[in-house]
Design a protein around this ligand. Structure first.
Ligand code: HEM
Length: 316
């Protein structure tokens, strides 16, 4: 190699040569390609044109765009949460520092989602919403598969079984527990008590994959990782509890405020559209889902989230 070359460059070329040699490739051809390649641009890198082509309102009400984009933002945050979870589940030699740092990230994502939910609650005209949502039936955020994956990857499936069936389901096969997941029995039609079309379509598309993921994560969900590696560690427990509250109390409450703001005045109208009994289904105190039940006292579980809500309200 040319000795007049800058040593850093020479070292880099040598390492590149080694890299390409291993694969039996000719480095000079690749360097030739580099010579003609375009510089990377921001818009290509983040696929801006594609990203901005994914908002397709079904009506001409301007606020429908706010509704679509905020759902997409939420799904991206959910995807970040899942990304951190997957790293935790697959990391060999997991240590406390890495675990806590990832939990902090997941907490931050949910905090951001809670803090931004008023984009929904206050950021659309109610009249517009009530009109455009009719064109979206029977689709619902309820059909967010990533939301269910966060649940399945956080805890053992038994903790996602509806509270009434839970005692009888302990120790039963996952396929039986799956039948009794809280959202399958909870989200029913206001008028008939039967499963909504929203729920039936969601089950048809995803339920099999939920069973497979439930089985796959039975030994490596967040709870299992905690039990195996970090049981009793204070810094970890603090974060696990915070994540549990954010996912199962604060996000559901932020979300429920939207439902209350837009839907509460029209129970008959909801009935007519095959809507759910959401007033009975959505409140965290009825769902009683805790990802990490043994990190909470019986009183804390019975009053699920109340002290934390009161504390948060006294700060605001
Ligand atoms: C104006 C805004 C919103 C309203 C009025 C609303 C309303 C509702 C209602 C009534 C339900 C109960 C199921 C049903 O009847 O379909 C529900 C469930 C759900 N929605 Fe929304 N929603 C809104 C925004 C969002 C957003 C932005 C997301 C983000 C992805 C979302 C995600 C969900 C999820 C995950 C559920 C299931 C919750 C659970 O099972 O506990 N929603 N929503």
């Amino acid at each position: 190699m040319d000795s007049s070359l800058d040593p850093t460059l020479r070292d880099l070329l040598t390492r590149l040569q080694q890299k390409y040699d291993v694969m039996g490739q000719d480095l000079t051809s690749y360097l030739d390609g580099l010579l003609h390649a375009d510089y990377l641009t921001y818009w290509d890198y983040i696929h801006l044109d594609t990203l901005l082509s994914l908002q397709n309102p079904k009506t001409s009400f301007p606020d429908e765009k706010v509704f679509i984009i905020y759902h997409q933002i939420t799904e991206l945050y959910f995807n970040l949460v899942l990304w951190e979870m997957d790293q935790l589940s697959h990391k060999p030699d997991l240590d406390e520092k890495f675990f806590v740092a990832r939990l902090d990230r997941m907490i931050r994502y949910f905090q951001n989602l809670c803090a931004s939910f008023d984009i929904m609650t206050d950021g659309m005209e109610r009249e517009q919403f009530l009109n455009f949502r009719m064109s979206l039936l029977p689709a619902s955020g309820f059909q967010s598969a990533q939301y269910r994956l966060i649940e399945l990857k956080s805890t053992d499936m038994i903790n996602l079984v509806d509270p009434v069936s839970r005692p009888g389901m302990t120790g039963k096969p996952l396929s039986d527990q799956l039948e009794k997941l809280y959202w399958r029995s909870g989200a029913t039609e206001l008028s008939s008590g039967k499963k909504t079309l929203t729920l039936r379509q969601f089950e048809e598309k995803y339920i099999q994959s939920f069973l497979e993921i439930g089985k796959d994560f039975a030994g490596k969900n967040l709870w299992q990782i905690y039990v195996r590696n970090f049981e009793g560690r204070e810094e970890v427990i603090k974060r696990m509890r915070e994540f549990d509250l954010l996912a199962n109390v604060f996000w559901p409450l932020s979300h429920m405020k939207s439902a209350a703001r837009y839907l509460h005045k029209d129970p008959e109208d909801i009935k007519a559209t095959g809507g759910t009994n959401w007033q009975k289904y959505l409140p965290p105190r009825f769902q009683k889902i805790h990802f990490f039940p043994t990190l909470w006292s019986d009183t804390e579980k019975a009053e699920w989230g109340r002290p934390a809500i009161e504390k948060a309200m006294s700060r605001s």
